[in-house]
Ligand binder design. Sequence first.
Ligand SMILES: Cc1cc2nc3c(=O)[nH]c(=O)nc-3n(C[C@H](O)[C@H](O)[C@H](O)COP(=O)(O)O)c2cc1C
Length: 225
Amino acid sequence: MSIFQKLFKKETTQMSSSKVNLAVIYYSSNGTNFQLAQWAAEGGLQAGADVKILKVPETAPQSVIDGSPSWKAHLEATKHIPTVSLADLEWADAIIFSMPTRFGNLPAQMKQFIDTTGGLWAQGKTVNKVVSAMTSAQNPNAGQEQTILQLYTSMYHWGAIVAAPGFTDPSVFVAGGNPYGTSVTVDQNGAMKEDVRAAAEHQAKRTVSVARSVKNGLEQDKEVK
Ligand SMILES: Cc1cc2nc3c(=O)[nH]c(=O)nc-3n(C[C@H](O)[C@H](O)[C@H](O)COP(=O)(O)O)c2cc1C
């Protein structure tokens, strides 16, 4: 870098603003988290990101799926959604995860996918991803917050930067006030009880905005070195 570039670095670097790649990675048996993922994707697009909606592989035995007509129907209806790959993770600057609560925890399908990322992690390729998470459950007090926090535990191991929504927008209160990530309660028929669309969109916009700042900052750091 020339002395001229060093002196005027601030002016030149402020002009560059990288496009953010957002991966919305979900697991869903009955469609709720697929819907949350789609709302998050819309928010990401509104924030100017390149967006991919990706599902994690189904790992439940076929005999169990066959015993649930709604589960079977959902898998059939989402056949066209691409399955997430490790290359998608490398591509992503920002990631939003969405998955249902299972006995107060992550579904095994999502955990199984996260457990395939050891190779990327070992190469430092999970570091500085900007992430946040959403969930759903049948009860408001039976694991929504816990599920998101369990996901974030793995993200700290990744060296990722968690961009939880906090109370940064009125939509968080409308959605039920979960500052860790958008969460929704579903009834027996899978109908959502809270209106969380705006919160999911806001969470995605915020995640993209933080990712953009991180990406630009890291690129400026590289230019200084
Ligand atoms: C095995 C299993 C465990 C579940 N555990 C919980 C739970 O701990 N708390 C809760 O409120 N709902 C629980 N549920 C309900 C699911 O969270 C709910 O069906 C899910 O959020 C719907 O999301 P989906 O439509 O994306 O599949 C459980 C459902 C299943 C099948």
